[in-house]
Design a protein around this ligand. Sequence first.
Ligand SMILES: Nc1ncnc2c1ncn2[C@@H]1O[C@H](COP(=O)(O)OP(=O)(O)OP(=O)(O)O)[C@@H](O)[C@H]1O
Length: 610
Amino acid sequence: MEANVQAEKGQLSIHTDNIFPIIKKFLYSDHEIFLRELVSNAVDATQKIKKLADFGEFNGELGELKVSIKLDEEAKTITISDRGIGMTAEEIKKYINQIAFSGAAEFVEKYKEKEDTRGNIIGNFGLGFYSAFMVAKEVEIITKSFKDGSEGARWICDGSTEFSIEPAEKTDRGTDIILHIAEDSEEFLSKYRLTEILEKYGKFLPIEIEFDEKIINNPTPIWVKAPSELKDEDYLAFYKELHPMGEDPLFWIHLNVDYPFNLTGVLYFPKLKNDFSARKEKIQLYSRQVFITDEVKDVVPDFLTLLHGVIDSPDIPLNVSRSYLQADGNVKKISGYITRKVADKLAEIFRNDREGFEKKFDDIGLFVKYGIISDEKFGEKAKEFCLVKNTQGKHFTFEEYTAQVKENQTDKNDTVVWLYASDLQKQDAYIQSATKRGYDVLVFDSVIDPHFINGIEYKIEKTNIKRVDADTLDKLIEKEIKLESVLSKDDEEKAKNLFEQTLGGAPKLTISVEPMPTDELPVVITIPEFIRRMNDMAATSGQKSMFGDMPQMLNVAINANHPVTQKILNADENEQKQLVRHAYNLALLSQGMLTGSELTAFVQQAVSRL
Ligand SMILES: Nc1ncnc2c1ncn2[C@@H]1O[C@H](COP(=O)(O)OP(=O)(O)OP(=O)(O)O)[C@@H](O)[C@H]1O
């Protein structure tokens, strides 16, 4: 059989007429970035002239090197001017007419032997210039190269694939890019709008940027300086620059690494209290001092997005438009590095200033706990310095706490039981009972705590964490030796039946008779730990628990040793019922569960006895 497809290799052909509109309009989704691209080019050209002066390849006067932006509302133009290296007519043809040929990349390549110039040069792809056509119907370049004897040149293009180039009068070295703004982009002919864009992308560009007779940027933000040059005031002042309305941060970390990737930055710990709302979009990502994004969730683990500050890394892979990140191996390394640094800083403060660390823990606890449950590596380190606090306000590390309660709170299965309360007011009766037994009670009252408890329980060896009202104390920490019951088996059975009959209408009650100390309540109501915890976690993550909203299951423990139980057993039928209800209501009341009409009835009944 004859083959009608011949094996062949070849080259795809691209029609400039078709691809050009795509580059102009769709490469960059956000039109405002034209200004970022053109100002970055002007900054690059300025950095290059400085470099050439350093290398001895330019011996003239550098002079004032700022980049300036001018708006002419009447002529409907925006002009970006620099005093950088400029271009000869030949260079325009090479760098501008050849789309996707980057003079920036070429410069870096040419001088790579001399030093790592990449650090200063922003451009890479050779496309940024064309973003001008997203907003301009015509673009002019008037430029003069720094090279001796160069003539000025004027390039003009109306956005088609045709251009013209001619000699031009220009006395000074450098480049003016003149944008004749298109009708559909006139929003950019506004001082306010341009200021906004310049402040967003250019606030920390390394060369002075002038607009409307003002310098809009800080060319040497603290993250480009050496930590040894900086004082606390400098860090606090920079924080104010980022968050003018923000409360002072608690502390900060200066990031500075150049191997195996390049990254600088300063991360601040804000006061979080019990509040997740402070989060998100407070870390800004820069690449060579050009603002990229404040959506850093692909670069740092989620819990770190609670921090504020700046990260600058030329090694975070950006796509052509520089507005999106690409998750890759480098990003993982960077994320790992930041996590480690943050953990190390916390460990250092913990070691050097335990008292200060404890004071700050209310504010950073949320962060540390979120880190522990969401990031394995951070969790490993944070185990050493994460603190828990008891009802007396004393702080402990996990290890210290286990050592503290081990003797008294180890159950017959050799498991250490940590008791906690989530609401000091509501659970007061239970806390007091536990304290009377010599047990210690922790406070876990933040939004993250239900998740935190669940997350750490299995990480701390042989430990159970139970809320103080999850069961009667004897069952929370089951000991070998039990308290004796003063009731006969018969009487216990009678008491149980009586409660069951009287409270029969109440939903899902599990009634038991248990020997407890006489100073505890005659009836104790508890909600099983597991079910309550699932409810709590569902509530904070905004989901519905599979167990519904309210605790459906209640354990009602009748205190066999309380004199009231004896009294109930000895009373006549009518009085028995009243006493049972009353004791049950008191137990509900102490759990904060007597509400609505039942509470009203209870209060009225009590009043009638006055
Ligand atoms: N203001 C300027 N002064 C001197 N040369 C310039 C200027 N603007 C652009 N160029 C030259 O034109 C080239 C192409 O610019 P373009 O913005 O398209 O790409 P790039 O900056 O190299 O890369 P990227 O697409 O990443 O921005 C630059 O590399 C540079 O050589």
